[in-house]
Design a protein. Structure first.
Length: 422
């Protein structure tokens, strides 16, 4: 049974019997050209260059997503010393096939068996989350905010090596982890795996005499950086702005992202409901019946709010003003609506004279009930807590006792009803 035609499939290797094809020279400069650097640029400077490009070419800044993805990929390769060596020798094909810097023809078996790729998988440091509190006014108009972050950066003096003389740890053999066996009792042992205590999980030991004076052999240094955030008009609450590669750096790892999360501050007048604004307005009974007109301090200037003639407002009514809500983030020329919840303030007792009352009766709609004057009248007055007298309480106690003695209620399930009497 034949699986391959045309002879041995790897004829270009090992002097096989297959037809030999001229090997195309690998392109080892395209990534450098994408970033606008030359081959002598250090890994640290390549990362700086990438961060500069990300400020203008990130999709959130209006850049082309495909171009930015290529720049990001190029930065990931050229800022990693091992991957950079592979790229400089074999180009993009070498990266895609998972070659190492010393890859030769015999590595084809590793590629076919799936080995060689996992060791070159990209690993990143953890992302950093930062909560930025923003006023509703800034979310309406858009704003530029600056934040200061403290982060780890690979030491530029030693390029993250920690010193000029670095040796593989003799205890863990460079594996960073060691296995310890502890006797728990007669014939009982416990096996644990953890970071090597000799090299502190680094896999290598730096000679004290050659330690970097800048980072003291730690390979990283602390850096304080000011990040500028452009808050979009209409940005929703909890919206996230991603700053690629602005989290901590660590040797052998790509930097994670800085994620800035918008937290909307409460406003004393307006509440936000998605793209709409909601406010409460208290008006007098006169305004509720005859019309209202008031000024609000909106986020883009004063606005006069008024109703149509003849429109009567009842307590709890809601009115809408179109296009006075929040701008939509993707289309800031469009706005949501403003909703106004009305509270009607009634006159206090004694506000009207007998003449006023007569006038109101003539003006307001509805008929007045005619009552037989021979029947005794009782005044209904405003309730006050002082009206709850001891005698009143005693009466309720008697009713409770009567209920307990009522044979109709004996044996029946009693359901308690909790409530407050005003």
């Amino acid at each position: 049974m034949s699986f391959f035609s045309g002879g041995f499939p790897f004829g270009d290797f090992f002097g096989g019997a297959g037809p030999s094809r001229p090997k195309q020279e690998a392109n080892t400069t395209r990534f450098y050209e994408l970033l606008g650097v030359d081959k002598s640029t250090s890994c640290a400077d390549i990362k700086k260059k990438y961060r500069q490009l990300a400020k203008t070419m990130h999709p959130d800044k209006g850049g082309d997503p495909k171009v930015f993805a290529e720049i990001t990929h190029a930065s990931e390769i050229l800022s990693d010393p091992e991957k950079r060596k592979v790229y400089d020798l074999h180009g993009e094909e070498g990266i895609n096939q998972g070659m190492s810097a010393s890859s030769g023809p015999t590595d084809i078996f590793d590629l076919l068996s799936g080995r060689g790729r996992d060791a070159n998988e990209s690993k990143r440091t953890s992302d950093t989350n930062f909560t930025l509190k923003v006023s509703l006014e800034d979310l309406y108009n858009g704003a530029t905010k600056k934040i200061a972050i403290n982060r780890d950066r690979i030491c530029s003096s030693c390029e993250g090596r920690g010193g000029s003389k670095v040796n593989t740890c003799s205890q863990c053999k460079g594996k960073k982890m060691v296995t310890k066996v502890t006797q728990m009792g007669p014939g009982m042992y416990s096996q644990t795996t953890g970071p090597c205590d000799l090299c502190r999980g680094q896999g290598k030991i730096i000679d004290d005499e050659t330690k970097c004076k800048t980072c003291k052999g730690n390979q990283i240094v602390k850096e304080r950086k000011i990040i500028e955030i452009t808050v979009d008009k209409g940005a929703p609450n909890h919206h996230k702005y991603n700053f690629h590669g602005e989290s901590d750096e660590a040797p052998g790892l790509l930097p994670g992202d800085l994620i800035v999360i918008i937290e909307e501050k409460e406003h004393e007048v307006f509440k936000r409901k998605k793209a709409d604004l909601v406010m409460t307005k208290k008006i007098s009974l006169k305004e509720a019946l005859t019309g209202y007109s008031f000024v609000i301090n909106h986020f883009d200037g004063e606005k006069v709010i008024q109703n149509n003639p003849g429109d009567i407002v009842k307590p709890g009514d809601v009115r809408t003003v179109e296009e006075l809500g929040m701008p939509l983030m993707r289309t800031p020329y469009k706005h949501g609506n403003l909703f106004v919840y009305f509270e009607v303030e009634f006159p206090t007792p004694g506000s009207f004279t007998l003449s006023d009352i007569k006038t109101l009766k003539n003006v307001l709609p509805g008929e007045v009930d005619m009552v037989n004057s021979d029947i005794k009248a009782h005044n209904c007055i405003v309730f006050d807590k002082s009206h709850v007298t001891e005698n009143h309480t005693a009466i309720h106690s008697d009713y409770k006792e009567d209920d307990e003695d009522d044979p109709r209620l004996k044996g029946a399930q009693q359901v308690k009803c909790s409530g407050t009497i005003f």
